[in-house]
Design a protein around this ligand. Structure first.
Ligand code: SF4
Length: 283
């Protein structure tokens, strides 16, 4: 059980049977007490020790489907089915975008999609069946294979929570995969929280996916969201869980710290103290 010593609050992770060691508790306390300008200076020094070369990868975005069985309160990507509009990009549309990207010098094709929409929306299941696929993961595997074979772009696949077999199947047709851990705070999934009613936002399921990618030796992107109702300590716990997975498998090539944007298109409205706390954490 992953828990803080003495807190009695398990963090629903069947993979990591660990508790914070005394020195880790001390490090957490130090990080929580250090003023932000000092933390920023420390982070900058660490960055300078490790990386002074900034690179980027020109890429095309392929939103294979905007349907999703989850309904995260801050999401601006997912949309419900619309009459007269396809649930999925066709293979021809995918290849047309990828070819244009290749012509413009792109090297990567980023597949973005909702999680398992066919389990919630009959329209999605019917459209997949009409194309000859039984799941969104089947279709993304076929689309990535086509992009790789016909354009040479390297697929990066963000296809949600999945098991080892699907990760290995997608590994065969991609250069890398990704799944944000987002957070481990239990309150996020409570009634009224941003992950209420979102089965794929269970932290243990997401950690299990990231762990399975490590076992499969898939170059991986993950990270956390900040400002969606978690505490600073819970952010550290999420980063600590990712650090443990990285120490075990060495597969996390990119770690994203993404701030929540409280714009008018999102469903949740955060209280002023939450917003102020998040703002104070990013300087
Ligand atoms: S799982 Fe992703 S795509 Fe689906 S609602 Fe949540 S944030 Fe949006």
């Amino acid at each position: 059980m992953y828990c803080e010593q003495g807190s009695g609050q398990p963090l629903s992770n069947s993979l990591l049977q660990v508790e914070l060691l005394p020195e880790q508790q001390q490090e957490f306390a130090r990080l929580l007490e250090t003023p932000l300008p000092e933390l920023i200076a420390e982070a900058a020094a660490l960055r300078d020790q490790g990386h002074r070369c900034i690179t980027f990868s020109p890429k095309v975005f392929l939103p294979l489907t905007r349907l999703c069985r989850d309904s995260c309160g801050y999401c601006t990507f997912a949309q419900p089915p619309q009459p007269g509009r396809r649930a999925y990009m066709t293979l021809e549309e995918v290849l047309a975008v990828a070819r244009l990207g290749a012509q413009q010098g792109c090297s990567e094709a980023l597949f973005t999609l909702g999680d398992k929409p066919e389990l919630l929306y009959p329209e999605a299941a019917a459209e997949l069946a009409a194309m000859g696929y039984s799941s969104t993961l089947d279709y993304v595997a076929a689309a990535a294979a086509a992009v790789l074979a016909e354009t040479g772009l390297m697929p990066h696949i963000n296809a949600g929570v999945m098991g080892q077999q699907d990760i290995e199947r997608l590994k065969a047709v991609s250069a890398s995969q990704g799944l944000m851990l987002e957070g481990v705070a239990p309150a996020l999934a409570a009634p009224g929280g941003p992950h209420w009613g979102c089965p794929d936002k269970e932290p243990a399921a997401r950690l299990a996916t990231i762990e399975a990618a490590g076992r499969a030796r898939v170059p991986y992107t993950s990270g956390i969201l900040i400002g969606i109702g978690e505490s600073r300590r819970e952010r550290l716990l999420a980063l600590h869980a990712l650090r443990l997975l990285q120490q075990q498998h060495g597969h996390i090539m990119e770690l994203i710290v993404q701030n929540f944007s409280n714009c008018e298109r999102v469903a949740i409205a955060l209280e002023a103290p939450v917003v102020a706390e998040a703002e104070s954490s990013v300087g």
